[in-house]
Design a protein around this ligand. Structure first.
Ligand code: BGC
Length: 755
């Protein structure tokens, strides 16, 4: 590794950057900005455009781009073409098979060495990857619950820990840049990427997104354990109008600003440095062509100082999918002029060719190019890429360790949500014999979902052999003699339902693990929200045996269970809990852990009744003209425990507040049951009267606490003006004086807010 060369370059550039005239903004004393300005002034147009190009690793490897690989060998000719001739400044991803950390370091090292030896300014390449639930493309890394589970945990600590360990293992693999977190809010349960999000609530996505980014090291980017976050996907991606991935989004601008922007805004206010554009169109404008969003809102209004990258091949999609550009050249022009700084052009460098041509012809200004490249160099410097391309592998002894696996198990436990528990059927008794069956009962892939060693997560070849499926985990917990197993059903086809029914006769209880087929993006599109018929049939047939049934749901979105819910005693929603998910479920099932997850989405009962909890009051008008129509299978925030909590003494520090006051809300929570438990205390605000139809309620605070039996804890929340705001039709964030209702659990209290 040519680290010394980079260090020398760093100091040389730092010296030249002392002249403030080099800066685009001489008032900006940020050393990284000065560095970027100085280096920028020395780059040729080709070098600048190269920095704006992000190429896939497959494009540098021997063989055809889409070849199925079990090894990647970098092709010297392709390296020369892309790194030397096109001067590409960023490489990304691999989802075909997982590299070991050593393989990652070797390949990225070869790229960095090539750049150091063959290019004039030796600007390190920025490598980006989708490490969305752990460093999932690194063999043997720790795999955590997907984001939807983090949202269910309602724990900033969980989000932060997952961020921390993901960055640690990514850096152990020599990778700095993570295309995560997903900050898309989604109220569309059909959408196949729901599992990658924090669910339907804006406040949860804002809080947990920030916790994950900070845990990942955003405040100490120079540390060898920190990762650079890429917020995605900007903006509205989670609201495809027909539930299909990448479909058009139609959202009033005030709703975009009010409900979809805040998670991004919060991260940006806290220094997030890269952001990915979403593939969709928003109100008829393709996001990659949307100057009002990328430049006016993001860069000017929000003051975003980092750079904007496209999503996969999405410049081409301006031509082929959105039909807003007649050819690729025009697409590049529209997108770069709209504010795109780096293009994820996976297959080749045609973006760079077109951009050079466009600058030559005066269709893209050199100022726009300079702005983009300055941002990229700024970020590269800010994260220490120039002086620490790769850190010493020995400083990552905990990579894939038991210690991290134990943390991952605890994170999964925190996320698992007990939806139903009739007749106190859970925890299970160790003396009982169970029949375990179902698509997810003996599958690591069902626990991990997509983005797990491979992109789709379906290939079993790369599963970590020592990790336990649910079957393995239950056998380890209570002994093989207590666990009978048969597959029963696969994802889409019945396997041996009859056999499962016969086996049920000989056991005390049946545990059925339903599962979605791991998938993401377009392959995750579904046409109906129900579980596939064969899985429903397995439950129905087994219910006829009269044996009590516990249902485990391994799913990234709420698949309908209305038909089978009455047939089972207990239901455990595990989402996609990761590699330690089997162990986590086993602990919950046998009462070694007490469930504390809360639904991060409204669980619909019918495909024709899709809601979010923060709907308008009118939506809840029922047939009897009351307001009881919001009757999902399970409400947002629902989640049972093996103990009970009671709430009392909901009080405020006043009843009338001005806009500069802080509203203190306190409540007592008592564990009235027999075992220790964690409770998520949630605070909702309702505006009782406003100039624009208010939401029924909005979550404005949550805290997770642990209480011993018979103990009580006081929980406090502090609300400020912005917690009472909404976006009006003039697109302003305003608060209107008047009455508001606060609610915690079933307790409610009113307050008056005025200027
Ligand atoms: C996805 C992004 C991802 C990118 C790189 C795209 O298809 O939409 O979420 O970061 O690919 O893998």
């Amino acid at each position: 590794m040519k680290i010394i060369g980079y260090i020398a370059l760093f100091f040389a550039l730092l010296l030249t950057s002392c002249n403030p005239k080099n800066g685009s903004d001489s008032a900006d004393r940020d050393p990284s900005m000065q560095f970027a300005d100085s280096l920028l002034s020395q780059l040729s147009l080709e070098e600048k455009v190269g920095q704006m190009t992000n190429l896939s690793l497959m494009a540098l490897a021997e063989g055809e781009f889409w070849d199925r690989r079990d090894t990647v060998i970098l092709d010297p000719e392709k390296m020369k073409l892309y790194l030397d001739s096109f001067k590409v400044g960023s490489i990304q991803n691999l989802g075909t098979y997982p590299f070991s950390p050593a393989e990652w370091r070797q390949n990225i090292g070869l790229i960095q060495d090539y750049v150091a030896e063959n290019t004039r300014h030796k600007i390190p390449v920025l490598y980006g990857i989708d490490a969305v639930h752990g460093a999932n493309y690194s063999a043997g890394s720790t795999l955590f619950p997907h984001q939807i589970g983090i949202a269910a945990s309602r724990s900033r600590k969980v989000a932060s820990e997952i961020g921390r360990i993901t960055s640690y293992e990514m850096r152990a693999s020599g990778i700095h840049w993570n295309y995560a977190p997903v900050l898309d809010v989604t109220k569309e349960p059909l959408w196949g990427r729901t599992f990658e999000t924090f669910g339907e609530d804006t406040y949860i996505a804002s809080e947990l997104g920030l916790a994950m980014i900070k845990g990942g090291g955003s405040d100490s980017l120079l540390s060898p354990y920190s990762g650079l976050a890429c917020l995605k996907h900007f903006i509205g991606y989670g609201a495809p109008h027909n539930g299909k991935d990448r479909a058009a989004v139609y959202l009033p601008q005030r709703i975009v600003l009010q409900d979809y922007l805040p998670p991004f805004q919060k991260a940006i206010e806290n220094g997030a440095l890269t952001i990915m554009v979403s593939s969709n169109s928003l109100n008829g404008v393709a996001s990659h062509a949307d100057k009002s969003m990328l430049t006016d809102l993001l860069k000017k209004e929000l003051g975003f100082k980092g750079f904007v990258i496209s999503d996969w091949n999405d410049i081409d999609n301006l031509v082929k999918t959105h039909q807003v550009a007649k050819d690729e050249r025009e697409a590049v022009k529209i997108s770069v002029n709209a504010g795109l700084d780096m293009c994820m052009e996976p297959y080749d460098a045609s973006f760079a060719e077109h951009l050079l041509d466009l600058v030559d012809d005066g269709e893209v200004s050199i100022n726009r190019i300079n702005d983009a490249v300055r941002r990229i160099l700024y970020v590269k410097h800010k994260m220490g890429l120039f002086d620490q391309i790769q850190s010493d592998p020995i400083i990552y002894p905990l990579y894939g360790s038991d210690e991290f696996a134990e943390i991952a198990k605890q994170m999964a436990i925190e996320s698992i949500t007990l939806l139903k528990n009739e007749n106190e059927s859970l925890p299970l008794r160790r003396s009982e014999t169970i029949l375990l069956t179902g698509a997810g009962s003996n599958s690591i892939n069902s626990l991990n979902g997509a983005w797990s060693r491979t992109w789709s997560g379906q290939d079993t070849t790369f599963n970590d052999k020592q990790k336990l499926t649910l079957k393995g985990a239950l056998e380890a917990k209570v002994g093989k003699d207590k666990v009978r197993w048969t597959q029963g059903s696969d994802y889409d086809v019945a396997v041996n339902i009859k056999k499962a029914v016969q086996m049920a006769a000989g056991v005390d209880r049946v545990v059925i693990a339903l599962s979605e087929l791991p998938s993401t993006e377009k392959p995750s599109d579904i046409d109906e929200l129900d579980f596939p018929e064969c899985q429903i049939e397995l439950v129905k047939q087994l219910s006829k045996t009269g044996k009590p049934i516990t249902l485990i749901l391994l799913e990234g979105r709420p698949r309908l269970i209305e038909e089978i819910e009455p047939l089972v005693e207990s239901i455990v929603l595990a989402y996609l809990p990761g590699n330690e998910g089997g162990l986590a479920i086993a602990e919950i099932l046998y009462g070694d852990a007490n469930p504390s997850g809360k639904l991060p989405f409204t669980y619909p009962k019918y495909s024709g009744a899709i809601w979010s909890y923060d709907h308008a009051k009118a939506d809840a008008r029922d047939k009897g003209f009351g307001f009881e129509a919001y009757d999902p299978q399970y409400k947002f925030g629902h989640g049972l425990s093996y103990t009970n909590f009671s709430y009392s003494n909901l009080i405020l520090n006043g009843d009338s507040f001005t806009y500069t006051d802080t509203v203190q809300v306190s409540v007592m929570v008592k564990n009235t049951g027999a075992v220790k438990g964690k409770e998520v205390v949630e605070l909702y605000v309702s505006d009782l009267f406003a100039s624009i139809v208010p939401k029924n309620r909005s979550l404005k605070g949550f805290k997770k606490i642990e209480i011993e039996p018979n103990d009580s804890t006081e929980v406090n929340f502090y609300l400020a003006k912005n917690d009472f705001e909404f976006v009006n039709s003039e697109l302003e964030n305003i608060v209107e004086s008047g009455e508001f209702k606060l609610a915690i659990d079933t307790h409610k209290i009113k307050l008056y807010f005025h200027p």
